[in-house]
Design a binder for this molecule. Sequence first.
Ligand code: FAD
Length: 498
Amino acid sequence: MTSSIDRVVIVGGGTAGWMTAALVARVIGSRVTVTLVESDEIGIIGVGEATIPPIQHVNAVLGIDEAEFLRETRATIKLAIRFDDWGAIGESYYHTFGAAGRNTAFCSFHHFWNRARAGGYAADYWDYDLNYLCAREGKFARIQVDDPTWHLPYAYHFDSALYGQYLRRYSEARGVRRVEGLVEHVRRDAESGTVTTLKLRDGSEIAGDLFIDCSGARGLLIQQQLNVGYEDWGHWLPCDRAMAVPSARTDATPPYTRSTARDAGWQWRIPLQHRIGNGLVYSSRHMTDDRAAEMLCSHIDEALLDEPRIIRFRTGRARRQWERNVVAIGLSSGFLEPLESTSIYLIQSAIVRLLHLFPHAGFDDRQIAEYNRQSQTEFETVRDFIILHYHATRRDDSGFWRDLRTMAVPDRLADKIALFRATGTLTQDPPDIFMEPSWVQVMMGQGIVPADYHPLADGPSDAELAAQLRDLAAMKREPVANMPLHDRWLAAFGGAMT
Ligand code: FAD
């Protein structure tokens, strides 16, 4: 037995740092001390406002009250992302957190729908999706029933700065020690190369056993000290900048994110209770910053609340996200662009993985390798899902879209698309956060409609299938009629700011 891991030190107080502090304190805080150091001078990236449903597990583990959380972070409900102009200019579809129809054993709903579509009697695919029906009408209520027909999975849009402050209060109340200061020097053990102590500008020192690098894209420990290297995915995901600006809120808050494809990237619109977050993600090879600012602002109708600001990024991942006694979480571990709001989820997943593989007495290389193997697979599956959006397009109105629609994509993705196109079958990679309904929606939403379907979909006659689909659409619509508008629900639930 080597020495035990008693002192956890987190560098960085952005979303990654405070989520890590809160979860480590909550789950294993009786066994370790947690110190977080952050620099007010550097600040946080200050974007990252849209999430996906697993965020609810974080709140559940932390024991957070949902109404309080909504109020404190000025959050709204997110049921879907609406994608405009992605498959072709003028087309729209939703990637919802729900699922269309109802699956039968061995045969997913989209096979039945595809047969009915070929017969000319299917409604729009999304008309069988409760998340879509609610999103379209701007409605929401929490539905708690066992029947999956009416499951309404949701996530949140929140103010990232307020989220960090909220988690900071939570963490400090549970014993996390916060130190404000700039880390200037890092001391390492001469023999093993492990990090031993952080030296701050004011001369103070923080010693630790396990260091969690949440220092953002600079990767203060994982890159600047341990030089693990970076795998660059810019050839598949060429957007490398964002121009972000908040605007005034509108009267009604839609319960979904909007993503609109533009000449050389895409624009987000994230509705919060007190403002709207806007940003243009673009490729600097295809668009100048001036043009990006002009394009962003010309597509915002409300008053701007600030000057647009540029954020530079590089898509890819740290080659090893755990090295020696340093684990990189958040932007220091890599970045997949924000198209599917996956970064906060990847933070969550990294923390959960670390907690599962938490070292007891010293560091075991096999444990570190297992962590790195899981992280790599997860990043790659999310990466492929994001590439799909750019690649599965019929747009050819700019060099950007022509490059992306004709590029060679990773083999696994190419195989997945080809199989779906021919048969309607979707291969499911086990650790993929995006399940079959997500892949089906994006593929079909962007114009990949399967040429065939599963033989079990031939079971009912045309008349029977048409009646089943009619009933299903009516069942899906049933709860929507009595559902309140999203803003009304927020107020009635106690989640609206006062
Ligand atoms: P940061 O917020 O950069 O925090 C770094 C911390 O490290 C700061 O506290 C800083 O002070 C500290 N620090 C750095 N160096 C030192 C030092 N020397 N000494 C002391 N402290 C130091 N994710 C989503 O899930 N959904 C989204 O909608 C989304 N949108 C995005 C849009 C854009 C344009 C970008 C670029 C990212 C987006 N993300 C999104 C990602 C998300 O913003 C990040 O994953 C999240 O904010 C976590 O950032 P972080 O904590 O790793 O880094």
